[in-house]
Write a protein that binds this ligand. Structure first.
Ligand code: NAD
Length: 271
């Protein structure tokens, strides 16, 4: 039951939510390929997991590079004899590339880079994992959406467009891969405390006001943590979720359930 014995490929798994998922899945008996462009923390994570008794390997891969993606899936299959779970986690926000985030100032190159990692990368990984997933009896693809898949935010034109596309791509793949018995789901996190959020805040004109905007909508009055999302990914990967397909799961502390901020309820954000 659970993810015990399942063979994971996690893209962008060196830090943040991907790393949290790798740790949790491995602690529950999954065999995990951690993949990233950021090799040093990725390799350190794998050492940490293996030292704790887990089973993980690291493989360098830029998800926008088709031959590297093809190589990742082949290497993962060679390492563990196949692939059961593709966790399409790698993602970037435009604030990681540029300080010019308005429509007037953002470059086409910046917009296309975000779409390249967040959308084309997801599609490429699904494409090259497919032959291996077809051989699995527990195959599923789990895509990282965002609350910006569903709602508007400031300074998120490329990111929000890309995450909306990931949500729709999830549904299209769920349909097309149903005959192969491959489930495809997407989850939409609220604000989860990782470096992507720290960089987004640093780029905001008023970081404190932006942090407030982000967390003051969480009915669970705190930032999310990578472990919160990792628990959902493990559920979506495991056999307990076998009737869940083409779904878009919120994991946002309730932020999209309403249109207010915590002060209306006399609440404050806790640490
Ligand atoms: N943190 C949040 O609040 C939040 C909210 C909603 C959705 N998400 C999504 O969750 C996913 C993980 O986010 P995170 O917060 O852990 O981010 P993060 O920045 O901490 O980690 C992202 C990882 O992706 C890797 N990466 C970037 N470009 C890559 C590429 N081309 N190929 C391979 N790897 C690449 C980075 O090296 C990094 O290790 C992203 O898709 C993100 O959009 C995060």
């Amino acid at each position: 039951m659970g993810v015990d014995g399942l063979r994971f490929v996690i893209t962008g798994g060196a830090v943040g939510i991907g790393a949290g998922t790798a740790r949790l899945a491995a602690s529950r008996g999954a065999r995990v390929v951690v993949s990233d462009m950021n090799d040093e923390p990725g390799q350190a994570l794998v050492e940490e997991i293996n030292a704790a008794g887990g089973d993980a390997v690291y493989h360098h891969c830029d998800v926008t590079d088709e031959s590297q993606v093809e190589g990742l899936m082949a290497a993962a299959s060679e390492a563990f004899g196949g692939i059961d779970i593709l966790h399409n986690n790698a993602g970037i926000h435009e604030s990681m590339i540029s300080k010019n985030l308005s429509l007037a100032d953002m470059s086409r190159d910046c917009f296309e880079k975000v779409m390249g990692v967040n959308v084309t990368g997801v599609w490429l990984c699904a494409k090259y994992a497919l032959p291996y997933l077809r051989e699995s009896e527990h195959a599923s693809i789990i895509n990282a959406g965002s609350t910006s898949s569903l709602s508007g935010y400031p300074q998120c034109q490329a990111y929000g467009a890309s995450k909306g596309a990931v949500m729709q791509l999830t549904k299209m793949l769920a349909v097309d891969l149903a005959p192969d018995g491959i489930r495809v789901n997407c989850y939409c996190p609220g604000s989860i405390h990782t470096q992507i959020v720290d960089k987004f805040l640093a780029a905001a004109p008023d970081p404190k006001a932006m942090l407030n905007t982000m967390t003051m909508t969480h009915l669970v009055p705190r930032m999310g943590q990578p472990i919160d999302v990792a628990e959902l990914v493990c559920f979506l990967a495991g056999p307990e979720s076998q009737f869940v397909n083409g779904a878009v799961w919120g994991i946002d502390g309730g932020s999209l359930a309403w249109r207010g901020t915590l002060d209306v309820l006399g609440m404050e954000v806790s640490a």
